[in-house]
Design a protein around this ligand. Structure first.
Ligand SMILES: Nc1ncnc2c1ncn2[C@@H]1O[C@H](COP(=O)(O)OP(=O)(O)OP(=O)(O)O)[C@@H](O)[C@H]1O
Ligand SMILES: [Mg+2]
Length: 306
């Protein structure tokens, strides 16, 4: 049973179709990254799953229950994209407030709050007023707030927004640790390199439609593009190789080829070997998630993407 599931989810605001039929299924223990441009519908998706916004059509389930179910909601933590804490609080008193809202006993809070503060790297500022915090510090507190009641599912809308590189690494470590403890994480982010580092699966949302979805390794492996390295001089053979491929580029110790399937790839390798040059390396070409993202949002909806 998926922990988070939507089927044909549709959301219309007055004159905006924010979601146009989105279906996702996130399994327990997964880190799922939702990517998309500003206005793509990412926050809308999260708000519906949390019961903050109402769907126009389609279905949405959280922990196997229809969205809005209070028992399921109690097992969920949420970091909103533009959260504001009352600034007369300190990190310590704010977390104490949220922990008591979620029904934690005073004893549990005493043990839990210092641990949370430590984990999000706010120890030095724990007793300072929030009004003196930087943006990144508030963001860290937001993450602490989302985790305070040890939820099974976390929705994080731009968790590293405004956070410096060291802090981003700390947050990534927190997410990996949560995952290792079986938690499920739904992450909205613009920071593609980061999503690439932590997510098991990613989806690309564009104008309310899910344009691509997949695990990070298979999405970032370019289809039919390979790097070949040889133990001999390849340059004299390039004109002949050119005839056997769609694309050819000289790289260190070899070539990068874009071929029409496996047979074409083997054709190139055989041709070179027949001339006494051995293959010493064959690697499928990697793309960054950013490359994939830009290609996906560049192509019109419904167009095949590789
Ligand atoms: N309360 C609202 N009333 C009217 N339109 C809204 C409302 N909330 C969102 N929208 C519209 O719905 C669309 C999706 O917005 P959403 O906030 O879900 O995007 P997003 O992917 O989270 O963007 P961002 O990356 O900027 O956070 C946008 O066109 C936005 O203008
Ligand atoms: Mg958003």
């Amino acid at each position: 049973m998926p922990v988070i599931e939507t089927r044909g989810l549709v959301k219309h605001y007055r004159n905006v179709q924010a979601l146009k039929g989105v279906s996702v299924a996130v399994e327990a223990g997964e880190i799922y990254g939702l990517l998309g441009r500003n206005g793509a519908g990412k926050t809308t998706m999260v708000k519906i799953l949390l019961g903050i916004a109402h769907r126009t059509a389609g279905e949405a389930f959280l922990l196997g229950r229809p969205v809005g179910d209070p028992a399921a909601r109690a097992r969920v933590g949420f970091l909103p994209e533009d959260h504001r804490f009352p600034d007369y609080h300190t990190a310590e008193s704010a977390l104490d407030f949220y922990a008591s809202l979620s029904g934690m006993s005073r004893r549990d809070r005493r043990a839990r709050i210092p641990e949370m503060i430590e984990r999000v790297g706010l120890k030095e500022a724990a007793r300072r007023k929030i009004r003196t915090y930087s943006k990144g510090m508030k963001q860290r507190l937001g993450l602490g707030q989302a985790m305070i009641h040890d939820p099974d599912v976390l929705f994080l809308d731009e968790p590293t927004d405004g956070v410096d590189p060291v802090g981003r690494k700390q947050i990534r470590d927190v997410l990996v640790d949560l995952k290792s403890r079986g938690k499920t994480i739904f992450l909205n982010s613009h920071l593609l390199s980061e999503v690439e580092l932590v997510s098991d699966r990613v989806a690309i949302l564009e104008l309310g439609l899910l344009r691509r979805e997949g695990d990070v390794p298979s999405m970032t492996t370019a289809k039919d593009v390979y790097e070949l390295r040889f133990d001999g001089r390849i340059d004299p053979l390039l004109p002949e190789i050119q005839k056997r491929v769609r694309g050819l580029r000289r790289i260190d110790q070899g070539i990068e080829v874009d071929v029409d399937g496996r047979d074409a790839l083997n054709g190139v390798i055989d041709f070179v070997r027949d001339r006494g040059i051995g293959l010493v390396g064959l690697t499928p070409k990697k793309q960054t998630l950013e490359d994939v993202f830009l290609q996906t949002i560049d192509s019109p909806p419904g167009a095949p993407t590789s």
